[in-house]
Design a protein around this ligand. Sequence first.
Ligand code: AVJ
Length: 323
Amino acid sequence: MSQIAEKQTPDAPGSAKDPAARVILAGLSQSRKTLPCFLFYDVHGSELFEEITRLPEYYPTRTEAAIIEAAAKDIALHTPPGSVLVEFGSGSSRKTEILLSALPSLSAYVPIDVSRSALDEASARLAVRFPSLRVFPTLGDFAEHLSLPQALSKRPRLGFFPGSTIGNFAPADACDLLSHMAENLGPSGRLVIGVDLRKDLSILLPAYNDADGVTADFNLNILVRLNREMGADFNVDDFAHRAVFNREESRIEMHLVSLKAQSVELLGHSFAFAEGESIHTENSYKYSIPQFKELARRAGWFPREVWTDPKSLFSLHELTIAH
Ligand code: AVJ
């Protein structure tokens, strides 16, 4: 994944050479139109996502936080003093604080995120709460190669990948990402990862279709962003948010549905929409605990521990490198 606003690339967003622009044009040119879900997280989109995490219907965030709270002591027991905590896609680093207070002997915390503003805000907040913790904010895509500061390169690494972000990846890509993380975390590496579970649709669907329409705004914000940053002319009122569960693929899909036949201009290209045609904007895969363990094993990890909540809504896995 790359991202369009905050990375300092020589090609301005909106130029046809910008790699994000190419991904966007290619996605809209397919017979089933798609847009990459990294587009959600501009400044406004990141705020909307924070709002989603506080919605009564959106169970994952608070459920995972409670699981981390309960598991933190065990995780600390498995963590050698002087370890480095590496977080993939750290965002606001809110859940990390729970871990950090249970892990006083870390030598450093390395948050990786594509958002400069999120990294700055989190680092400032952590500096106040954990004044002796060394923080190395790292701007970039967590799927890329990780180079730690020289002084930290020999330390054991604990990866942290909460929020069920892994669910955004199709299983084959999730497997690649997990093996890539195994490589980055080294032979003594461990990974604590949050994974959302399959569950009754009466709980699952409202989590992506909240009554206040925050998720709808979050989804539609992609079009607002393309209008602003790429000079597109989407009429946002002519698209509607839709979230459905695809049983076969075991995933929530988010779509933006065209409410009428229309055409949209973007970077010199014209895209025609039939009434009811959609742009597929996000997948959020849901696993059973055994299914996820199997995926982790295929990626070269050994499932060591799993924690869940009393209603089995969400799971937190601790993985070690298989040997
Ligand atoms: C951040 C990818 C885990 O899939 O639940 C929330 C994003 N999308 N509501 C998820 C999201 C719609 C979220 N992840």
